[in-house]
Structure formats: structure tokens, C-alpha cells
Write a protein that binds this ligand. Structure first.
Ligand SMILES: *Cc1c(COP(=O)(O)O)cnc(C)c1O
Length: 427
């Protein structure tokens, strides 16, 4: 597979963009390869600058649940672009998307739009502190909540891949109010609560962990968090930026039947455009400016193009309900992958929730960050390179989720499994 054009573009990019990328994991450093520059996508496929075709399991890191360039989303964007890209004034579109979100997520009575998942978690935490008058928060090691200063503590995803669990430029004082617990381990939460329950404003969690691979919540884990928050007057924040409208229409809270106090969204609700949102119970949300004392704002928030793409995407998800098929296809892919790896005697642990999946190269079950870190990243790098050379575009890190879209047909799944078998034969 020829990649000379991508390599030339990468050199050019590195001269003017730090590391040649606008987000670190894209640089492929964890797998020791130059990244492919993508010029076009359609359905489950992306095409790079050298004209290579890939079956895409990254889906822009989650948003593209309908596949690339879905005709109805393209139409919605064209229509809106012709009417104007941004006004900095209220528009009917943003009400419609807010209504759809609130209808899908019973815990969200009100929602505020922002421009990224990072802004959503940052704002939700400010609101939780404003609502409770408390200062501290609990997060879980390996959960990623965007690049908010106070949340760059044992963050997964790119931070794990790069081996920098904390970032330079974040003073210790900024993370001093962030306590870290172990995912799927309520005892680790109780330990923190015994010491500081009265000071905790919020517990923030990815209800399905998707930034240290894919780790399902253990039975009782989310329920246990809910009960502890109720007991101690702590707000429970579900960061559903990845899982929202991914693991069910609505999100993990619908799938598992747990009601958080605040929810963060992003990715899918923007249909591929930059969007985030946070919301929850009315009395909490009404503490936000202009009604309340918690300040929060955004020049491009509720941007008409983003709202149009998000509305078109949610309409299709609501009306066509691709979720049962997504579940079936991803279960098939993960199950066959598991069997092939068994046949070739490769230590592995496959996880899946809805259309999110991960193959860890480890011989032990993965229930938390520490378990995930046992995986063989050197083996992953070789596996990744071999799959890429056979036209399968996976996330370039052991610690990322894979995503199946509604556009992945049976033929794409079979081609993927054929490439996997070829890869395993030759590794
Ligand atoms: C992607 C992600 C974020 C950050 O969203 P951005 O739009 O990249 O700022 C936050 N939380 C979770 C769970 C995510 O997966």
C-alpha cells in the first residue's frame, strides 16, 4: 500500500502544526507509523491522499454512527450553509435539537449547547460546584473527560497513549480538588467518601468507559454510585460524550436505567460538526446565567450548521432505529475476532457494549485502568500496522474504542475478518 503522499503531507504539516496534528492520538505515535491523511469518506469507508480505501472503525472517534457523508446530513448542511453559518442569536434549530435530546434522555429536563465535549464537562463541573457549594470532585482513573485542567488526572485515551497521565502546564493547585477512584470498584469510592463526603460536589464517570479501550460497567457499579450520591448530597455526572446516542438512543443511562443529575454529550449529537451539550434537572440548570449565578457562555454555541447536522442525525437514529442491527453486527465482529484469536493462540480479552468494542492483547480480564495497562502495546502496534496495510482503519492505540456504524454492511464485516485472519497468519 503506497503512502508517499500522506508522508509528504505529514512533513508539511509538521512544519506548521505541532506534531503535524490538531489532536495528539491522530499522530499514530503509539504505533510508530506516519498517519494517513484522509481526503474523503463515504458510508463505512474513508479514502486517503494516496487513493487507498479503508474500512473505518474510528468514525471520527465516535460521532459518525451513520457513516460518512450520509445524504440526509449532507443535505441538511447544504441547506443551512446557504441560509448563513452563524448569527450569535437564538435560532429555531437549537430548540428543536434541545427538544429531541430532552425527549430521548428523561434525566435531561434542560440542556445547554456548547462546542465540544471538553466544554461540556468543564461547564457541568462548574455548575455542580455552584449548585452544591462544595469544591471537590471524584473521577475514575482511565476515564477521559476532555482536556479540562482539573480533569487531566489519570485521564485515559491520548494521555495514556503518550504516557503522560498528567500534563505539564497544569499547576498542582488546579488538580488538588480532583480525587481519583478505581473504575468498577465501589470500595475505592467509599474510601474517599469516608474521608471527604461533605466536601464532594460531584462524581463524574463515563458510564461505559471508552477512553481506556471499552470497559462495561460491572453489575451494580452505576447503581452503587447513584446510591452514594443520594446519601451524601453529591451530584452524579454521566459523561456521555461518547456513549450518548451510541450505546442506545439516548445513551448509557437509558441502556442501564440509571438517572444521573447531570449529563454531558458531544460527538454524535453534532453529526460530525463540533458540538457539546450538558443538561439535567431544571432546578440545577436554572442556576446557569442568565437566570442564575453560574456563568457559562459561547460565541458559536448552538451553531446553526452543527444544530442542523445534529438534528438530521438524531432524526434518522430515532426514526430508523439502527440500534438492534448495530448490536448484532458488532456482536458478530467481536465474537468472530475472539474465535480467530483463540485459534491462533494469541492472548486477548474482547469487550463490547452496543457498537463500541475493544480487543485487548492481555490474558487477563479488563475491568479498570490498571488491568487495561497490562495489555501488550508492542503487539498491538504490529497488529495495527498489519490491519492498516490490509485496508482496515482501527484507532491507532490499544486504549481506544472501535466503533461500528450503521453503514457497515455484512460485506465490510467479512472483509474485516478476512484481513484479520491474514494478519494473524503472518504476525
Ligand atoms: C471525546 C470525549 C470528551 C471530549 O470531547 P471533545 O469534543 O474532544 O472535547 C469528553 N468525554 C468523553 C467521554 C469523550 O469520549
Amino acid at each position: 500500500m503506497n503512502s508517499t503522499t500522506s508522508e509528504k503531507l505529514f512533513s508539511r504539516a509538521q512544519a506548521v502544526i505541532p506534531g503535524g496534528v490538531n489532536s495528539p492520538v491522530r499522530a499514530f505515535r503509539a504505533v510508530g507509523l506516519p498517519p494517513r491523511f484522509i481526503v474523503r469518506g463515504r458510508g463505512c469507508n474513508v479514502f486517503d491522499a494516496d487513493g487507498n480505501l479503508y474500512i473505518d472503525y474510528v468514525g471520527s472517534w465516535g460521532p459518525m454512527i451513520l457513516g460518512h457523508a450520509h445524504p440526509e446530513v449532507v443535505y441538511a448542511l447544504k441547506e443551512q450553509a446557504a441560509r448563513g453559518a452563524s448569527f450569535g442569536a437564538p435560532t429555531p434549530l437549537e430548540i428543536e435539537l434541545a427538544e429531541m435530546i430532552c425527549a430521548a434522555l428523561p434525566a435531561m429536563e434542560m440542556v445547554r449547547m456548547v462546542n465540544s465535549g471538553t466544554e461540556a464537562t468543564m461547564s457541568a463541573i462548574r455548575l455542580a460546584r455552584g449548585a452544591t457549594g462544595r469544591r471537590k470532585i471524584i473521577k475514575f482513573a482511565g476515564c477521559y473527560h476532555g482536556h479540562v485542567d482539573a480533569l487531566l488526572v489519570k485521564a485515559g485515551s491520548g494521555a495514556t497513549t503518550l504516557g503522560v497521565p498528567d500534563s505539564a502546564g497544569v499547576p498542582a493547585e488546579f488538580t488538588g480538588l480532583t480525587l481519583s477512584a478505581t473504575y468498577n470498584d465501589l470500595e475505592s469510592v467509599d474510601e474517599l467518601l469516608r474521608r471527604e463526603a461533605g466536601e464532594i460536589a460531584a462524581i463524574i464517570v463515563e458510564p461505559v468507559a471508552g477512553n481506556m479501550g471499552t470497559i462495561p460497567p460491572a453489575p451494580g457499579f452505576l447503581e452503587g454510585l447513584r446510591a452514594r450520591c443520594d446519601k451524601h448530597g453529591i451530584l452524579l455526572i454521566f459523561d456521555e460524550v461518547m456513549t450518548g446516542f451510541r450505546v442506545a438512543y439516548g445513551g448509557a443511562q437509558v441502556r442501564y436505567g440509571i438517572t444521573p443529575d447531570l449529563t454531558c454529550l458531544g460527538k454524535i449529537i453534532g453529526g460530525g460538526l463540533p458540538v457539546g451539550a450538558f443538561g439535567g434537572r431544571r432546578e440545577i440548570m436554572e442556576l446557569l446565567a442568565p437566570l442564575g449565578a453560574v456563568y457559562q457562555a459561547g460565541t458559536l454555541s448552538g451553531n446553526p450548521l452543527a444544530m442542523a447536522a445534529g438534528r438530521a442525525t438524531l432524526r434518522i437514529l430515532r426514526d430508523e432505529n439502527p440500534y438492534p442491527r448495530l448490536e448484532e453486527k458488532t456482536a458478530y465482529l467481536a465474537g468472530e475476532t475472539d474465535q480467530l484469536l483463540n485459534r491462533y493462540g494469541i492472548p486477548h480479552y474482547c469487550t463490547r457494549v452496543g457498537s463500541m468494542f475493544c480487543t485487548y492483547f492481555t490474558d487477563r480480564p479488563v475491568r479498570n485502568y490498571q488491568d487495561a495497562q497490562q495489555a501488550d502495546t508492542e503487539f498491538f502496534a504490529r497488529y495495527f500496522a498489519a490491519m492498516l496495510s490490509r485496508g482496515i482503519y482501527l484507532a491507532p492505540s490499544q486504549f481506544e474504542a472501535g466503533f461500528v456504524s450503521a453503514a457497515h454492511g455484512d460485506d465490510a464485516l467479512e472483509d474485516t475478518l478476512t484481513a484479520l485472519e491474514q494478519t494473524l497468519k503472518n504476525l
